[in-house]
Write a protein that binds this ligand. Structure first.
Ligand code: PMP
Length: 333
């Protein structure tokens, strides 16, 4: 008999799926790590698992304790799911602009949901600061303690990828990997993969795929934290500062990916390859294609299929929403 013992144990060991069109277009083998197959539906289940297991190990969580986090949604879904299965409650602060589907999923899981005004990080009302403040306030009244998960600066986030995603990909490919590219939210995935893969073979190329409105492209290219005013509808990615998880990791290159480039990729991925993904996956695949073109034919590039498209039916998969924003929507949608 083979089975996973609980939710936490079911996180990880996801397949690598060959992306047909991206591979054909570049003459490379472009593979997507199928993170949407994690039990909470996204790559962030891994960070949630390690944040909670590491806190348990340090004695920072007791049964019935409250986990507080600011999140675009997926980390919250991961924390609430792991929390439900291990006896912790969750309080999630989410910017009001994030998809209704993720807010509904959080409520369904029983998380206490605080919808926050969507303002930049430098504003003290930003959701990250709000979550930290609420965590401090709740310490006075909670019977069983409070853990501020802090996916930004808590290194358990990138450790998840150093300990699980990285070794899984290495084993799946017998070490035959030339490059890895994905976008950065907290940066945990890309930094963790860089630290792991460069430790195996320092010649493996690590490239950031950056949406509009984020500062990682300029930071990697010039050392300056500068972003354009144009934004992106992609959720969960687009960073403007060097988080604790990004700090100290090595990045070889970066690509600026407009939504108009990433959207046709996710739309075609559904129509031609049967995979319904969110827009961060489109940004990731666009980054992998650019890296493949830079490296030339014959290389193996890995990227991440972050989460299900069903989390964005009102946005990525809604032609009216896209047309209103002047973004491309295929006729069949
Ligand atoms: N894609 C989606 C849909 C996400 O929710 C996130 C996490 N915020 C990411 C990508 C980026 O992952 P990371 O935080 O590891 O950079």
């Amino acid at each position: 008999m083979t089975f996973r013992s609980d939710f936490t144990d079911a996180v990880g060991n996801t397949p690598l799926i060959k992306l047909k069109r991206a591979s054909e277009e570049t003459g490379c083998t472009i593979l997507g790590k199928a993170e949407f197959l994690n039990p909470g539906g996204s790559v962030k289940d891994r960070a949630a698992k390690y944040i909670i297991l590491d806190a348990e190990e340090r004695g920072e969580l007791e049964p019935g304790g409250l986990i507080v986090e600011g999140t675009a949604g997926n980390t919250g879904i991961g924390l609430a799911s792991v929390g439900n299965s291990r006896g912790y409650r969750t309080l999630i602060v989410i910017p009001e602009t994030q998809s209704q589907e993720k807010k509904d999923a959080l409520k369904l899981l029983g998380a206490e949901l605080v919808e926050n005004v969507a303002v930049p990080y430098k504003d003290p009302r930003n959701y990250v600061h709000t979550a930290k403040r609420i965590a401090e306030e709740r310490k006075a009244t909670e019977q069983h303690g409070v853990l501020y998960a802090d996916q930004w600066d808590n290194l358990s986030n990138r450790t998840a990828h150093i300990r699980s995603t990285g070794p899984e990909i290495w084993d799946q490919l017998d070490g035959k990997i030339d490059g890895f590219s994905c976008a950065m939210g907290t940066g945990g995935t890309l930094a963790g993969m860089s630290l792991y893969l460069k430790g195996q073979n320092k010649d493996i190329k690590i490239a950031a795929a950056d949406p509009m409105g984020a500062a990682m492209y300029n930071w990697i290219k010039t050392g300056e934290l500068k972003a354009e005013s144009e934004g992106s509808i992609a959720e969960g990615i687009g960073q403007g500062r060097i988080t604790g998880n990004i700090d100290g990791a090595e990045f070889d290159d970066a690509y600026k990916i407009p939504d108009a480039e990433a959207l046709p990729i996710v739309h075609r991925l559904l129509k031609e390859e049967g995979l319904c993904m969110g827009l961060s996956t489109g940004v990731n695949i666009a980054g992998a294609i650019r890296l493949a073109k830079d490296l030339g034919p014959g290389h193996t590039i890995v990227t991440v299929l972050c989460d299900w498209g069903h989390r964005y039916m009102g946005k990525v998969w809604n032609p009216t929403f896209l047309k209103d924003k002047g973004l491309p929507a295929p006729d069949w949608l």
